[in-house]
Every structure is written in C-alpha cells, then in structure tokens.
Design a protein around this ligand. Structure first.
Ligand SMILES: Cc1ncc(COP(=O)(O)O)c(C=O)c1O
Length: 360
C-alpha cells in the first residue's frame, strides 16, 4: 500500500495518496473529536471574541490557566497552557534529549515523533491490542532501563483505560527506579474525571499529566491543551515555549468550555451509547473489538482488512487505518463515534461487506 497519512481527519490527502477519486460525499470516521460538536456557549460567544484580536494575549494563557487549575483543584503554578497538547509534547520531549523513553504500543504516534525530533532514544514495547490486560510486569521491567515512560490513558487507538491501581503501581515503581511518567489524558473526559491521575501528582512529582481541550469540546481548530505537573517542572517547561504561545481567543474559549458540565455528561452518554451499539454489531459479525471507554473504538475484521478498507473508501466511508500503529499493522481500524445517521450508514456498509465476504 502507498504511504498513508500519519494521522486521521485528512480524507482529501488519503484519497490523493491512494490515487482514488474522492466521492462527492465523504463520512470521516477516522477523526475522533466529540460528535456533538462545539458547546453552545462557545457558539454564542464567538462573534464577540473579535474584540480580542487587536491585543496581545496574556502570556500565561489566562484566564484559562487559572480555570483549568480550579477545575482540577490544584494551584495554577502546576498548570502550563499550550497551543494544543501537541505543542506541550514537543516542549516536554526536550527534557529527554539523549535519554531513553519507553513507549507502549499501539499508541499515539506524536510521542515518538516529538521525542525523536529532540534526540531522545525511543524503546518500543508492543502489547497485543486484543488482550485487554496490560502486562504490568513486563512494563515495570522495561521501566528499569528507561528515563521516562509515556502512557496514553485512555489509550489512542484502543480507547482502553489503565485502571487507577495499575497507574499507581507504575508510578510507584517509576519513583523507585528513576523513571519519570508522562501520562496523556487527552480522552479522559470521556472515561470520567474520577480516573484522572491529577489528584495523585502531589505525591508523585516525577509524573506529568497532559490534557487536550480538542477532543471533548470539538475545538481542534483553535489549538488548546495544558500540562499539570509540579510547580518546579512547570517553571522549567514554561521557559521552553514561545512567549504568547496560546492565543487570546483560545484562552477565553477554554474557560467557557470548562464550565460545560451538562455538555460533558451528555457527550459521555451519547458516545457510550453509540459505541456500545457499534461494538455489539461488530462482535456479532465476528470482529475483535477493543474495550473502549472513549468516543472511538478499534476493531479487527475476521478477514481481508485491506479489502474492507478499500471497499468502504469507494463508498465514501473513511476509517482510521492502523498502518502506523505498531502492533496493529494495518489489521485493525479505529472508528470515531458520529451522529446516528452516519453510524447507521457505516453499519449498513459493513453489513454488506461481511455478507459478501463471509464463507458460506
Ligand atoms: C492521544 C492524543 N493526545 C494528544 C493529542 C493532541 O491533542 P491537541 O489537539 O490538543 O494537540 C491527540 C490528537 O489526536 C491524541 O489523539
């Protein structure tokens, strides 16, 4: 297969790389932001935000920084705001220049990309995505030779969450053997805030938690994320980011989003309902499906993944391929949850494929 785009959410590029004509209507399931779209308060505030354009933004990303700190019940000295979590991954990777970083695959590709760009040495540990139990023993052993471990919780692309007791076990082990932890909670809003590692940071200053506003609030275009870590580390990382790294509009929108408790609840409920429906459908068709707690799920079809992918693309249905997810190697697909009519269209197309290709 020709080289496919590294990330989802870019169907135009995908069709071009594959030399396929893009159908008139494309349903993009490769992208995994909240299917409910942006909160109403953001839509209402939008026209008024133009007043911020002639002014430099506040350099620390206020008022968002303080509001994010309040949201988690930590002092604002423990929060650094970034131009998306992506910027903060680049900033934090600098700490590991010339050091060994342990990555647990399949996982988000930007950890490795940012670490390699800053001259870190990446050690890859691959876990079978069809096995929901994390091999904590193997991971702890590998941590002994690493300076940092990156953990995506819940994981992208599986959507699976590492239970709190395992996170605490890994954090405790890291403290003992000198291995720091970077925990990416970009999708934690969907699994439930009660599972966040943030309340444990005071006892674990060797841990940094990364958060993104992109996913829950469907605002990838504005770029907003933050890091929560010890005040000492935040001070160090702050120096590595450009001045005014977060625009003033994003800082206002972020504050509005954090007030949206009812929106969050509705989003979690909707995502769970459609995810459970799709999972039941896929399992009945003989697929292996990850035990996701997020607004996406990954599955491995019983046969011919490449044929399935291409057939759906021809019908204008784009799944997230897994060619660049170690341990999935093109055999799996990630599906973002969407509006009900789109989910129905996807299930209809899949049902046709499974029927046509089932050995009778
Ligand atoms: C697991 C994970 N972490 C972080 C990010 C980056 O988020 P942001 O849009 O805040 O840069 C993504 C984006 O796809 C992601 O999937």
């Amino acid at each position: 297969m020709p080289s496919l785009p590294e990330h989802g959410a870019n169907p135009k590029l995908l069709y071009r790389r594959l030399g396929m004509e893009e159908p008139e209507e494309v349903l993009d399931f490769s992208e995994n932001v909240n299917p409910l779209g942006i909160p109403e308060s953001v839509r209402k505030a939008w026209p008024g935000l133009i007043r911020l354009l002639p002014h430099y933004p506040e350099p620390d990303g206020e008022p968002f920084r303080s509001d994010a700190a309040r949201f988690h019940g930590v002092p604002s000295e423990m929060v650094m705001v970034g131009n998306g979590a992506a910027e903060l991954f680049s900033v934090i990777a600098d700490r590991y220049r010339g050091k060994r970083a342990l990555l647990i695959h399949p996982t988000f590709s930007e950890y490795k990309a940012t670490l390699l760009a800053k001259g870190a040495l990446c050690v890859d540990l691959t876990v079978d995505p069809s096995d929901a139990a994390l091999p904590v023993g193997r991971i702890k052993q590998a941590m002994e030779d690493a300076d940092v471990i990156y953990l995506c919780n819940p994981n992208n692309p599986t959507g699976e969450r590492i239970p709190e007791e395992k996170m605490l076990e890994l954090a405790g082990h890291g403290r003992g053997c000198g291995c720091e932890l970077v925990i990416d909670e970009a999708f934690m809003d969907f699994a439930g805030e009660a599972h966040s590692f943030v309340p444990h940071l005071a006892e674990h200053p060797h841990v940094a938690v990364m958060r993104s506003m992109t996913k829950m609030y469907a605002i990838p275009g504005i770029r907003l994320g933050y890091m929560v870590a010890s005040p000492q580390r935040i001070k160090e990382h702050r120096k590595a980011a450009p001045h005014w790294n977060v625009n003033g509009i994003a800082a206002q929108i972020g504050s509005l989003c954090l007030q949206e408790a009812e929106f969050r609840e509705r989003s979690v409920l909707y995502s769970r309902t459609v995810r459970e429906e799709l999972t039941a459908f896929l399992v009945a068709a003989g697929c292996t499906v990850t035990n996701s707690e997020t607004n996406y799920v990954s599955f491995r079809p019983p046969a011919d993944p490449a044929g399935l992918y291409e057939s759906l693309l021809r019908q204008g249905i784009v799944l997230r391929h897994s060619e660049n997810f170690l341990g999935m190697d093109g055999q799996w697909f990630r599906v973002g949850m969407k509006e009900e009519w789109k989910m129905d269209r996807l299930k209809e197309a899949l049902a046709r494929w499974f029927e046509e290709t089932s050995p009778s």
